[in-house]
Design a protein around this ligand. Structure first.
Ligand code: CP3
Length: 357
C-alpha cells in the first residue's frame, strides 16, 4: 500500500470530530449540525461570487471558486460539517449527457430515451471530467477548521436517472417509470452504469479528503415498495458495499426522501451509517424505529427556518427532545430555500447548541 492512506486519516479523525463521533453511534451533546444546501443563494456572498462566473456548472468545475463557496457558510456560521459544493448532475454530465442549468427553470438535459442513448454514455472520461471536483475536495480539506468534517456527496442512481430520463425536474416521473416498468432489464442497465460511476466518483472524493459521503435520493418516495427495493435500496446497497471494501472507516449516509414506511427497511438493507429524515418523518418514530440501528439526521422543515421565531424554536425543541439522547445530527428535512434570512440560520444554530430546555 503506497497510497497516501486516506482511511488512516479518517480513523484518527473519528475520535475527535463531533460529526464523525455521531456517525460512529455516539450520542454527542450538543448534537453536531449541518444543513442541506447550506451554501447557496440565500447567502449574499454566494450571490456575489455566482455573478462572477457564467453558468452554475462553470462554478461547480472551478475548484478555487467552488472551494470558496463550500467554506462560506462555515466562516459565517461554524457548522460542524462542510458539504462539497457541486451538484448531483455532474455525474450524467461526465458520462456524456448534456446538462444545462437555466435561470429560474432548473436543470435541462436532452432526455435519455432508451438503449441507443444509453450506449452513447461512457465511463471512459468520468474522472477526467470530474477532476475539478476532486481538486475542490482537496482544497477544502486543506482549509477547514480542525473540528469540521468534510462531506462529499452524489445523487443516488434512481434520482439521477429521473433527471436523465425526464430531461429535468418532473411532477409524475412518467417517462422514467414507463421505461422501468416496461423494460426493467433495460432500465437496470442504466442503473448499473450509475452504480459504477457513483461508486468510482465517491471513491475519488474520499481519496481527495472527503471524510463522510452522502447519497441524495430526493425522489425515492415516488416508488412503490417492489420498485423501491430494486431501484432505491439495491443500488445504494451496492455502492455502500463498494465503498466499505475500499474505505471501511468512512461513514456513508443516505437520504431516501419520502420513503415513509420504507425507511426502516432502507436503513437496514443498505448498510448505511446515517440516515437523513425528511420533513414528514415524526421524530419520535425515528427515535423508536431507526435510531437503535443508525445515526439519524434531520429534520426541521426548511420553511420553519424561513419563518423563524417561536414556531421554529418549538419545532427545534421537539426534534431535540425526541432525538438528542441517541446518535443524532441536526439538519433540515430538505435543502435551505433561497428566501431564508441568514440571521435565522444563526439563531437556529444557537438553539441547537443550547440544547433542549
Ligand atoms: O448542500 C450544499 O450546499 C452543496 C451543494 C448542492 C447543490 N445541489 C448545489 C446547487 C447539493 C448537495 C445539491 C444536490 C442536488 N442537486 C439534489 C439533491 C438534494 C435536493 O435538494 O433534493 C438535487 C435533486 C439536485 C438537482 C438540482 N440542482 C436542481 C433540481 C436544481 C435547480 C433548483 C434550484 O434550487 O435552483 C439545482 C441547482 C443548484 N444546485 C443550485 C445550487 C446552489 C442553484 C443554482 C444556482 O445557484 O444558480
Amino acid at each position: 500500500m503506497t497510497d497516501p492512506d486516506p482511511d488512516a486519516r479518517g480513523a484518527r479523525a473519528i475520535v475527535r470530530k463531533p460529526l464523525l463521533r455521531a456517525l460512529d453511534g455516539e450520542a454527542v451533546s450538543p448534537p453536531p449540525l449541518w444543513l442541506m444546501r447550506q451554501a447557496g443563494r440565500y447567502l449574499p456572498e454566494y450571490r456575489a461570487l455566482r455573478a462572477e462566473v457564467g453558468s452554475f456548472l462553470d462554478l461547480c468545475y472551478a475548484p478555487d471558486k467552488a472551494a470558496e463557496v463550500t467554506l462560506q457558510p462555515i466562516r459565517r456560521f461554524g457548522m460542524d460539517a462542510a458539504i462539497l459544493f457541486s451538484d448531483i448532475l455532474v455525474v450524467p454530465h461526465a458520462l456524456g449527457q448534456d446538462v444545462a442549468f437555466r435561470e429560474g427553470e432548473g436543470p435541462v438535459l436532452p432526455p435519455l430515451a432508451a438503449a441507443d442513448d444509453l450506449a452513447r454514455l461512457s465511463l471512459e472520461r468520468l474522472h477526467e471530467r470530474l477532476s475539478p471536483v476532486y481538486e475542490t475536495v482537496e482544497r477544502v480539506a486543506g482549509a477547514l477548521p480542525a473540528e469540521t468534517t468534510l462531506i462529499g456527496f452524489a445523487g443516488a442512481p434512481w434520482t439521477v436517472a429521473t433527471y436523465m430520463v425526464e430531461g429535468g425536474s418532473s411532477r409524475d416521473f412518467a417517462a422514467t417509470k414507463a421505461w422501468a416498468y416496461d423494460d426493467p432489464a433495460g432500465f437496470d442497465a442504466l442503473i448499473a452504469l450509475l452504480i459504477e460511476a457513483t461508486a468510482a466518483y465517491l471513491d475519488r472524493q474520499v481519496r481527495a479528503g472527503a471524510e463522510v459521503v452522502q447519497l441524495f435520493d430526493t425522489w425515492a418516495g415516488v416508488l412503490p415498495p417492489d420498485a423501491f427495493r430494486r431501484w432505491a435500496i439495491a443500488p445504494v446497497q451496492a455502492i455502500v458495499a463498494r465503498l466499505k471494501t475500499d474505505h471501511p472507516g468512512v461513514p456513508v449516509s443516505g437520504f431516501p426522501r419520502g420513503a415513509g414506511l420504507m425507511y426502516p427497511e432502507y436503513a437496514a438493507a443498505t448498510g448505511i451509517d446515517g440516515i437523513g429524515l425528511d420533513t414528514a418523518v415524526p421524530p419520535e418514530q425515528a427515535a423508536a424505529l431507526l435510531q437503535p440501528h443508525v445515526t439519524v439526521q434531520g429534520n426541521l422543515d426548511p420553511l420553519k427556518l424561513v419563518a423563524g421565531g417561536a414556531g421554529m424554536a418549538a419545532a427545534v425543541a421537539d426534534i431535540l427532545g425526541a432525538l438528542s439522547s441517541g446518535p443524532f445530527i441536526f439538519n433540515l428535512g430538505h435543502g435551505i430555500v433561497p428566501q431564508t434570512p441568514p440571521e435565522h440560520v444563526a439563531t437556529l444554530i444557537d438553539l441547537v447548541r443550547e440544547g433542549p430546555r
